[in-house]
Design a protein around this ligand. Structure first.
Ligand SMILES: [Zn+2]
Ligand SMILES: [Zn+2]
Ligand SMILES: [Zn+2]
Length: 181
């Protein structure tokens, strides 16, 4: 979508010839065969005009919303993935009639060791990835390390990926080389 808008409103700049030509001119500037002020001026004068035109004429576009299989608990309509200032979140497709939203969660295919619900990848307030129970706040299980699908060989507890190549148990003190299968 961005590409289409750029081609429409900045046809000269997204042209391959423009890039090749500009590279050549910049080489000439670098080799001191050419004055950089003239090169930049040749570029900037028409660009400034295109920019002004685009800011007036470029249509406001809405990003397509991705529909999920999750259902709004308030009204029964499907939830959609929206992108806001702080990243992705889920919102009810019945908006503005229904204002239900919830954090975007990525399922990782591993179940919570405490309650058996699915674990999900989430972002903390400080934008760090962590893994928590989808049953939060009823279940408070969370870990900073990526949970692994295979159980601990010692206690069958939850293993997590530790330092990129070790499997570490969250229950006993087992730590071992990651088994790739
Ligand atoms: Zn709803
Ligand atoms: Zn849980
Ligand atoms: Zn264990």
């Amino acid at each position: 979508m961005v590409n289409d808008l750029l081609i429409k409103h900045f046809p000269d700049i997204v042209d391959i010839k423009f890039t090749a030509n500009m590279e050549e001119e910049l080489d000439e500037v670098a080799n001191e065969n050419r004055d950089w002020v003239g090169v930049v001026q040749d570029f900037y004068t028409p660009f400034e005009k295109s920019l002004q035109d685009a800011s007036l004429l470029m249509e406001k576009v809405k990003l397509a919303e991705e529909i999920t299989e999750e259902i709004c608990p308030d009204c029964g309509k499907p939830l959609v993935i929206k992108t806001g200032r702080y990243g992705k979140f889920l919102a009810c497709s019945g908006y503005p009639g229904c204002k239900y939203t919830k954090p975007y969660q990525v399922k990782i295919g591993v179940n919570c060791p405490q309650c058996g619900s699915e674990l999900v990848e989430r972002l903390s307030k400080k934008k760090r990835v962590f893994y928590g129970c989808s049953n939060y706040p009823d279940c408070q299980f969370a870990t900073n390390f990526r949970p692994l699908p295979q159980p601990c060989p010692n206690c069958s507890g939850l293993l997590t990926l530790y330092r990129g190549k070790l499997a570490k148990c969250t229950k006993c003190n087992y730590k071992g080389k990651l088994q790739q299968d």
